[in-house]
Design a protein around this ligand. Sequence first.
Ligand SMILES: NC(=O)c1ccc[n+]([C@@H]2O[C@H](COP(=O)([O-])OP(=O)(O)OC[C@H]3O[C@@H](n4cnc5c(N)ncnc54)[C@H](O)[C@@H]3O)[C@@H](O)[C@H]2O)c1
Ligand SMILES: O=P(O)(O)OC[C@H](O)CO
Length: 382
Amino acid sequence: MAKPPKPSTVKRGTRVAVLGAGSWGTTFAKILADGGADVMIWARRPELAREIQEAKRNSDYLPGINLPVSLRATSRLDLALAGAEQVFLAVPSQSLRETLAAARPHLGANAIVVSLMKGVEKGTDLRMSEVIGEALPIPAEQIAVVSGPNLALEIAKEQPTAAVVSSTSLETAQAVAKLASTGYFRTFVNTDVIGTEFGGVLKNLIAVAIGIVDGVGYGENTKASIITRGLVEMTDFAVAHGAQVETLSGLAGLGDLIATCQSPLSRNNTAGRLLGQGLSMADVTKQMKQTTEGFASVGPVLELAKAKGVDMPIVEQVRQVLAGTLKPADIAPHLTTDSDEPQGERNLDDAQAQGGAAVWRSVKRAFHQLRNGGGSSLGDRP
Ligand SMILES: NC(=O)c1ccc[n+]([C@@H]2O[C@H](COP(=O)([O-])OP(=O)(O)OC[C@H]3O[C@@H](n4cnc5c(N)ncnc54)[C@H](O)[C@@H]3O)[C@@H](O)[C@H]2O)c1
Ligand SMILES: O=P(O)(O)OC[C@H](O)CO
């Protein structure tokens, strides 16, 4: 068990709101309350708000977890948002826009708005911070995102972990990180919002692939190959969209990839396993009681990849399994390439051709830094 949190007096009592009382919203509300903030969580369903407010429990999403006595809950957005200096969003990605439309009239002009979500909006292909920027009249400097190896139930049990808070404004990232830190939850900061968000989105898709091969009955070699090649896919994609290479090897990339691919607690991993066992996408969706972001993200991610000419064989095969056009057992033999010619493992020449000189320079810079043991100016830092 982690040491009890020692909240700093500076942040004690800061008013914050958490919108969304599923597994991650409730767990994050606990982190913030344990860190000393004055937290009100908004649940869409009044009966859930009542359970959290009165019993300090969320039995559907976090069975067996006692929530902090200081945590308050409501099903009224106006009450949740009144006076909130920081607002944390943890609804399913596809419902963010409607949640923001309802929240907008009650939001303070200076409030920092933080996405805890790991999805891309269908139809617009926008990241969550981009949806927030479109839907709310606030500058990018007031928007932040949190990502990392953060399986909610483990954290709710106070098993220690870490995360990254990212904002184009380092000051904003630090203000959020200060509130969202407690004895069992350590937050780092960076300014690479693109890399931090895409890390969380993309690892979900690789975790679905891992679940699929697990469900088929393949072993550790297959999974290790997919994780390793998956990280290459994630990195190529994110860098082509402007991310820093080092973010993808940090908590929001590799860290989250490991956690999600290894854990049966992961919904994406679990959903993949059901697919691998032969269930259709429709049956898996019916069976999953919680949000499986990977299913909704696969289309938008492949569209974004196509726009930048990035090859994503693993994600493409996940799409085919979801569509029912590829047998789960056939996912592994196709992992590397359509070509009969052997390729260099990192396919840097491909990355150069696909992503252009900027990608190539970025990759070379990261390797140079690694070889020289140098730190990165933009990687996760305390
Ligand atoms: N659970 C985790 O371990 C975890 C960790 C990190 C990030 N995330 C991310 O957090 C986000 C939320 O995930 P979660 O695990 O809390 O999901 P969840 O399924 O546990 O909970 C989602 C909550 O949103 C509510 N909801 C559903 N539709 C809604 C709508 N239209 N409007 C408002 N509320 C609605 C649900 O009632 C539920 O309370 C996802 O993007 C997920 O990737 C989850
Ligand atoms: O349960 P998943 O698959 O949505 O993953 C939860 C978190 O994103 C893990 O960091």
